[in-house]
Design a binder for this molecule. Structure first.
Ligand SMILES: *[C@@H]1O[C@H](CO)[C@@H](O)[C@H](O)[C@H]1NC(C)=O
Ligand SMILES: *[C@@H]1O[C@H](CO)[C@@H](O)[C@H](O)[C@H]1NC(C)=O
Ligand SMILES: *[C@@H]1O[C@H](CO)[C@@H](O)[C@H](O)[C@H]1NC(C)=O
Ligand SMILES: *[C@@H]1O[C@H](CO)[C@@H](O)[C@H](O)[C@H]1NC(C)=O
Ligand SMILES: *[C@@H]1O[C@H](CO)[C@@H](O)[C@H](O)[C@H]1NC(C)=O
Ligand SMILES: *[C@@H]1O[C@H](CO)[C@@H](O)[C@H](O)[C@H]1NC(C)=O
Ligand SMILES: *[C@@H]1O[C@H](CO)[C@@H](O)[C@H](O)[C@H]1NC(C)=O
Ligand SMILES: *[C@@H]1O[C@H](CO)[C@@H](O)[C@H](O)[C@H]1NC(C)=O
Length: 352
């Protein structure tokens, strides 16, 4: 019962290239195959780690770069935590030997660019976090070697551009966090291939426009979070094209330009059985003056239109009625004249 077998063996690992002065500690659980080097002031990867290590925790250090094949001595890694370092440079093939790696955490670093070689060799990876880095663009090749990725966290970067087919090879992806970035519009084709995606998180961007077909490849989508963006209007077809069994859509925190047209779009969306506008009651209008700011999409914005329609209808009816009355009057008058002549003729005839 006692975990006596799991004696933590403290390995003193001498850094090769760093200040020869200091020593660095990793706690290695040989049975659990864990090497825990968290918070140890590493500026370079520790050189001597047990080769059978499956979980390597290098979080909260000062690593600034990962060289090619950096993990050649620990090829059996399944979990690699590199979060909270200062990594700015990832060499091509940095992780290329880690064919069994399932989880890679690179969050809270300084990564601003992903090359094609980044994903090289990571064909088993299921879980990747690149959250809280400095990415501004996703190229079409940066994720090409991922064959099994299910969760990708790209939140809290500065992503403005997603190139066509950036997620092209990721038909296994189920959750994509793109929240808290700098996206302004979503182009057709950026999500093609994501047919197993269930969660798409896009909150806290500056999205003001979605191409009509951009969501149509997402046939498994269950949750679409577009809260806190810059949407003032939407098109019915954009969401109608979500060909799913059931999708929850979140839209609050956008500067909605409430008018009759938009209200009609929302009413139609509410009637689509497979779409659920969870926060419909909370959609507030930005186009109205201060005192009406808290109006929601539920208010009646079609009154003006209804009044206009009513006025037009009444006008038309009056005109038509007037026309009929006039025509009737004219006909009667004509008839009377005709009658006179007819009668005249008749009397003439009878007189004959
Ligand atoms: C390590 O560096 C410190 C100063 O940073 C110094 O005082 C100490 O003597 C050095 N130790 C060794 C073993 O070189
Ligand atoms: C490493 O140790 C820290 C505490 O010292 C712990 O919080 C963390 O979960 C450990 N990492 C792994 C992979 O077990
Ligand atoms: C890391 O460095 C800080 C300050 O330089 C020091 O206080 C801390 O003890 C070091 N931690 C280890 C594990 O060496
Ligand atoms: C994504 O990363 C952010 C920032 O580190 C974190 O707060 C969030 O929980 C992560 N989301 C998921 C689904 O892992
Ligand atoms: C990204 O958006 C944040 C606010 O969401 C803003 O502070 C930052 O300046 C933007 N960065 C770029 C490069 O536009
Ligand atoms: C929001 O979108 C409008 C265009 O619809 C643009 O003029 C404005 O600058 C955007 N605001 C932000 C904060 O991105
Ligand atoms: C709508 O807003 C209210 C108050 O701000 C909040 O309590 C509620 O959870 C929101 N509803 C949804 C579906 O987000
Ligand atoms: C919303 O607006 C109405 C009228 O303009 C006002 O009476 C009410 O207090 C407002 N509510 C909030 C929560 O601001």
């Amino acid at each position: 019962m006692h975990l006596l077998f799991v004696l933590p063996l403290v390995l003193e690992v001498q850094s090769i290239s760093m200040s020869h002065n200091s020593t660095y500690d990793c706690t290695c659980h040989l049975v659990l195959k864990i090497a825990n080097c968290t918070s140890s002031n590493f500026t370079h990867l520790p050189a001597a780690l047990p080769p059978f290590t499956e979980q390597l925790d290098l979080s909260l250090n000062y690593l600034s770069a990962i060289r090619p094949r950096a993990f050649h001595s620990t090829r059996r890694l399944r979990v690699l935590l590199l979060n909270d370092n200062v990594i700015g440079a990832l060499a091509d093939g940095a992780f290329s030997l880690l064919e069994g790696l399932l989880r890679l955490d690179l969050s809270r670093n300084r990564i601003s660019f992903l090359s094609e070689g980044f994903s090289q060799g990571l064909s088993s990876l299921r879980d990747l976090s690149l959250a809280e880095n400095r990415l501004s663009s996703l190229d079409s090749s940066c994720f090409v070697h991922f064959d099994a990725l299910q969760r990708l966290n790209l939140s809290h970067n500065a992503i403005e551009t997603i190139k066509m087919r950036a997620f092209g090879s990721m038909s296994t992806l189920r959750q994509l966090q793109l929240n808290s970035n700098n996206l302004t519009f979503l182009k057709n084709g950026i999500f093609s291939m994501l047919r197993n995606l269930e969660v798409l998180n896009l909150h806290h961007n500056q999205i003001h426009y979605l191409d009509v077909g951009v969501l149509s490849p997402l046939t498994s989508l269950a949750l679409l979070d577009l809260t806190n963006n810059n949407l003032s209007t939407i098109q019915f077809k954009t969401f109608l094209s979500l060909n799913t069994y059931s999708t929850h859509i979140m839209l609050q925190g956008n500067p909605w330009n409430c008018d009759c047209d938009l209200q009609r779009v929302f009413r139609k969306l509410c009637n689509v059985k497979r779409l659920f506008l969870d926060d419909y009651d909370n959609l507030t209008c930005m186009n109205l003056d201060e005192s009406h700011r808290n109006y929601t999409m539920k208010e009646e914005f079609c009154i003006a239109e209804m009044v206009t329609v009513l006025v037009i209808t009444i006008t038309v009816v009056i005109t038509v009625v007037a026309a009929i009355v006039m025509a009737e009057k004219k006909r009667k008058k004509k008839n009377r004249e005709k009658h006179w002549t007819e009668v005249g003729e008749a009397s003439c005839a009878s007189q004959d």
